[in-house]
Design a protein around this ligand. Structure first.
Ligand code: ZN
Length: 363
């Protein structure tokens, strides 16, 4: 099957010509005869709490699959369901439901679950329910890991006992992301040295960057071995902050949607787990007015980066190859002969036109 596109982003370079897909794989690129649109690698979203009215802490396996299907239609071909802090019983139930959905394989590919909590700093809790935070506890960690396919854990490394949890997670091949943390630069460096390799929503819900106290944000920006994840939805970060992070972190700069159930719907009242949120003018806020997830899509984040002046190649990389790399999935987020045909076709305004997963059109 030919996609009929004018150009394709092949291994990070814009190449004129059409793309041929055969048996679920990209068969050829740069072919004559394409008409319109650009083929991009399928997008990879590392932080999805919900979408289209479905909250992942509440959903059963069927709901998770419905979310995976709707997400696919927005251009996301693989994603990491993310569970905010909740009572362990509720987290375990959600982990089982997502595990069951993952075994079906419909819709966007489920990469595993990110547990955002409960080992977070009460000082940087954001919209998480502070009463459900827990001090680092290996027994509880094992209970959570045994309940479902955990691919990443966000934790605050300065909490007593956090480094032991990092050792355990790294030993099991689970990605450690630092977030909701008041860590100093030295505390963050100690965690990176132990194997933490990324940070959750850089700048949001973490110790702020200051010239003599750069904190975890400064430590992450300064280290070439750390992938920085940012929410680029126009609400969480000022444009200059996004651009400064991109300049500092080129090649290891990833964006996430941090979408909640309200994403894809309009303003109104919603929930993330047990937390009530209000969405007004496209911005989601918790009970104290704090930002609480996002209602944007990852494709909108790519458009926003381009509007800020980031080249298309790097904006797409930040939403595909680089997030895939965080989970060791070098097979995802790339478009090239022989690669899996997870592809998004966009128009000149970067609006999603067609999405393919394993060569099959979505929707
Ligand atoms: Zn968060």
């Amino acid at each position: 099957m030919r996609l009929g596109v004018q150009a394709a982003l092949v291994e990070g370079e814009l190449l004129q010509g059409d793309v041929e897909v055969l048996d679920g794989l990209v068969a050829a690129v740069g072919l004559p005869g394409g008409r319109a649109g650009t083929a991009l690698p399928g997008l990879v979203d590392l932080q999805v709490n919900g979408f289209g009215g479905i909250d992942l802490l509440e959903a059963d396996a069927e709901g998770v699959l419905e979310l995976a299907q709707r997400l696919l239609e927005t251009g996301v071909t693989a994603f990491q369901p993310t569970l905010i802090t909740s009572p362990p019983k509720q987290t375990c139930r959600a982990l089982r439901a997502i595990g069951e959905a993952a075994s079906h394989g419909d819709g966007a590919l489920i990469l595993g679950v990110q547990l955002e909590g409960p080992f977070l700093s009460p000082a940087r809790v954001g919209a998480h329910p502070v009463e459900e935070l827990k001090p680092p506890d290996l027994g509880l960690l094992h209970q959570l890991l045994d309940a479902g396919p955990v691919s990443a854990v966000t934790l605050a490394p300065e909490l007593p006992g956090a480094l032991e949890l990092i050792d355990e997670l790294v030993g099991r091949g689970v990605c450690v992301s630092l977030g909701h943390t008041d860590a100093t630069a030295a505390e963050a460096a100690a965690a990176f040295d132990r194997g933490a390799r990324t940070v959750t929503h850089l700048f949001n819900a973490m110790r702020p960057f200051a010239h003599r106290d750069p904190g975890i944000a400064g430590a992450a920006l300064a280290r070439e071995d750390v992938v920085i994840q940012l929410i680029v939805d126009g609400a969480h970060l000022a444009p200059e902050t996004v651009l400064a992070a991109w300049h500092a972190g080129r090649g290891r700069f990833a964006i996430v949607s941090d979408s909640i159930a309200a994403a894809g719907l309009g303003d109104g009242s919603y929930r993330i787990g047990n937390v009530e949120v209000q969405v007004e003018a496209g911005v989601s806020r918790g009970p104290e007015g704090q930002l609480a997830g996002s209602v944007g899509t990852l494709a909108a984040g790519v458009r926003r980066l381009c509007e800020l002046g980031v080249p298309l190649e790097e904006a797409v990389d930040a939403a595909s190859r680089i997030p895939a790399r965080v989970l060791g999935r070098g097979d995802l987020g790339r478009l090239a002969p022989g690669a899996r045909a997870d592809i998004v076709v966009v128009d000149d305004a970067l609006e999603v036109q067609t999405v393919l997963r394993n060569g099959e059109p979505a929707g």
